[in-house]
Design a protein around this ligand. Sequence first.
Ligand code: CDP
Length: 208
Amino acid sequence: MIVTIDGPAGSGKGKIAKYISNKWGFKHLDSGILYRNLAYKILKSQIDIKSTTEIKEIMKEQKNISFRNYKRLRSEKVSKIASIIATHKFVRDHINKFQRNFVNFNKKNSHFVIDGRDIGSVVFRNAELKLYIDVSEQNRAKRRYKQLIDSGEKSIYRQILKDIKLRDKKDKNRSVSPLVIPSGAIIINNNGNFLRTANQINKLIRNI
Ligand code: CDP
């Protein structure tokens, strides 16, 4: 069984996916980490981000992508590069293949919860339950700001809100796999209390 979670930057997909993983024992795959991993490698190697040849070279070296959530992958610099490289079809094909292999390899003894931007609409279109997480821009910026401050990064709320708007624009308007509400998805309003969101989702999983 696969539960997909899609939604814009900072909507709480990761928190919800982790909650489902702990509560129901599903394996969690955070697809954003895969984009962030590649973005981090690009940042470190100082290649020209506009050069698709150089991005392809880096991808060749990256045989196995780790999906461990290191703090260094969550900086705003990495977020920005991730959303830029995510516009390339060859990058998305590479990362989608990795996700499908991961599920195929583990499917005998696992259920999965997978979060991202195109999981229910493209990567796992036949998933048993598809969720789309909806939160206002202001609430997402507030939460992201708090996250960065709590983790010791310097941060300015207005700048975070601007970055979130920019990333939304990139994610929703790209021609390859834009962020959309997947067909058949249930929209979860995650503006309020997390417990309410969790109860709503638990009910949905119980009824699959
Ligand atoms: O945690 P947050 O929502 O801020 O971002 P993320 O899920 O870690 O994803 C980082 C960036 O990777 C996003 O802004 C997207 O541009 C891209 N991404 C994507 O295009 N497709 C996915 N399935 C996951 C992430």
